[in-house]
Design a protein around this ligand. Sequence first.
Ligand code: ZN
Length: 278
Amino acid sequence: MARYRQIASAVAAFLFVATAVDACAPVDFHALPLPSDPEHPVAASLELAFPGAVTVSPQTGSWSVEGGPWHPLGTPDTGPRSESVLQAELIDQFRIPYPLEFDMAARSEAWFDPGRARSATFFSELWFSDEAAARASLTTVAEPALSDVRYRVTRRHGVDCQLSAVLRDLAGIPGMAPFFQDPGGSFNWRRIAGTDRLSAHSYGIAVDINAALGGYWRWSGRPEGNAGEYETRIPEELVRAFERRGFIWGGKWHHFDGMHFEYRPELILHSRLISSPE
Ligand SMILES: [Zn+2]
């Protein structure tokens, strides 16, 4: 009987480990194989970033989340870029390709804010339309080796799994802990300062690192549309660790938010798809 119990507990332990591993298999968005020469890079990026959740029909120019209603992709904005930030349709999220390189020159152009355009309809369908639903999906991701940082993020579409992988990777690189001291925050159902648009933090898909080291255009006293240069203290390897797991960095925006990382794997994949053939 004791022998039986031993075997049973070994099997149970194995199943537990196997389940835990299965439950979190982080994706490397820098290495994920891409279709060659896709007809519709926006459709391909969205469907690869959120497999089984987002469906795009290039024929009808529409999208749907998990069998829900179909919505138009929209007509690309051709006016000032500020319009895409203020009111975006899904297609406008891809208007400015997110730079894959650690290139701080691109952001000198006014309103070069890749990722700041967010379709409210898309975000509410892909993530959450109300605070209670967002809260119910939260979990804590912590890393003792990085100033014991603790972030509240959603489990939806594996965001917690992707963030755990980022923190684990960074914990293995010396000198990263100070960037996670006094972190700016994570889940927070709120409007973006000075606007009536919901912040990405509302959905549990964004985290802020050390606010003192990041740099933020609103605190710099510069006017909107003319945020100018800033000196970043965030190292490239930190940014790359996040990007690899699907998080874009606000430090690359004209309206710089150097502490801000946000889960937008579709933008990383789209940039890869439209750049040099692989
Ligand atoms: Zn933020």
